[in-house]
Write a new protein. Structure first.
Length: 265
């Protein structure tokens, strides 16, 4: 029996859950990776079905996934040492939005895109980030670009959902989620063809928000993609995090570094 299995067999239910969600054993890491795979599959399902007519099989899948998300959310509250403090975090309310959107199939076309926020929250989870840095050289080399691209994609789909939810039925130019996605992308890129506009002061403010935030996220992605590659390694003297891969001394304080390589030199 593995050490993790032994601990789980002798622990209380809450301790078992806490070991899975917060532990450092290989089994706990595999469990959290399984959660990540589930969330990525959920996002793919959301994106695909948001462009399809609502049908009974989509409703059934929504409810099933929603129940799984709800169980995960409840488990996180149970293992938390201060459950009420969890509601101070945006990620907690993001989970509630995701659960509500899954368990309210009648709203699936209007708020379905908001479910993609779960992936962003998981990618920012400390334990998962640390594990990805240890396990994946590809992630270590492209962490900033991966997170920047995720932020941009999430923003596009969240704003698409908001535009569709607020304009569908009142704006003849927004008939489907594709129309909302088209408007969001043209606004984000400041192309602005003008064939779809959002009327009223609220619509104009929403358009301004899409343009400002979207351009900022896009330039952030371009910045991390085209800037020189650096590794993350905290300097013990001054705490500087990023250095050139072959750096011997910290460029901020001159302290000697000992950056581990991958054995390629």
């Amino acid at each position: 029996m593995s050490p993790l299995a032994h601990r789980l067999s002798t622990a209380t239910p809450v301790a078992k859950l806490r070991e899975l969600y917060e532990g450092d054993a290989p089994g706990a890491h595999r469990f959290r990776y399984a959660l990540l795979v589930f969330d990525v599959a959920t996002v793919a399902f959301v994106v695909a079905t948001s462009f399809l007519p609502l049908s009974p099989w989509i409703v059934a899948c929504d409810v099933a996934v929603g129940l799984c998300v709800l169980l995960d959310f409840a488990a996180r509250l149970v293992v938390s040492r201060a459950p009420l403090r969890e509601f101070r975090h945006l990620s907690t309310w993001t989970d509630l939005v995701a659960v509500a959107s899954f368990l309210a199939p009648v709203l699936v076309e209007g708020v379905g895109f908001l479910r993609i926020l779960r992936t962003l929250r998981l990618l920012r989870t400390y334990h998962l980030l640390e594990r990805l840095r240890k396990d994946s050289d590809l992630f270590r080399r492209n962490e900033d670009a991966i997170l920047a691209a995720t932020n941009l994609v999430v923003f596009v789909f969240v704003m698409t959902g908001i535009v569709y939810a607020t304009q569908h039925g009142g704006n003849p130019a927004i008939q489907t989620p594709v129309d909302a996605l088209y408007f969001t992308v043209t606004s984000l890129t400041t192309t602005g063809y003008g064939d779809i506009t959002l009327p009223g002061a609220t619509g104009r403010l929403l358009s301004v928000f899409v343009m400002i935030c979207g351009v900022t996220l896009f330039f952030r992605l371009a910045q991390v993609v085209f800037r020189p590659y650096k590794v993350r390694f905290p300097c013990e003297a001054c705490g500087l995090q990023r250095h050139e891969p072959d750096a011997v001394h910290c460029k901020a304080c001159g302290d000697l570094l000992n950056i581990p390589d991958e054995g390629d030199y």
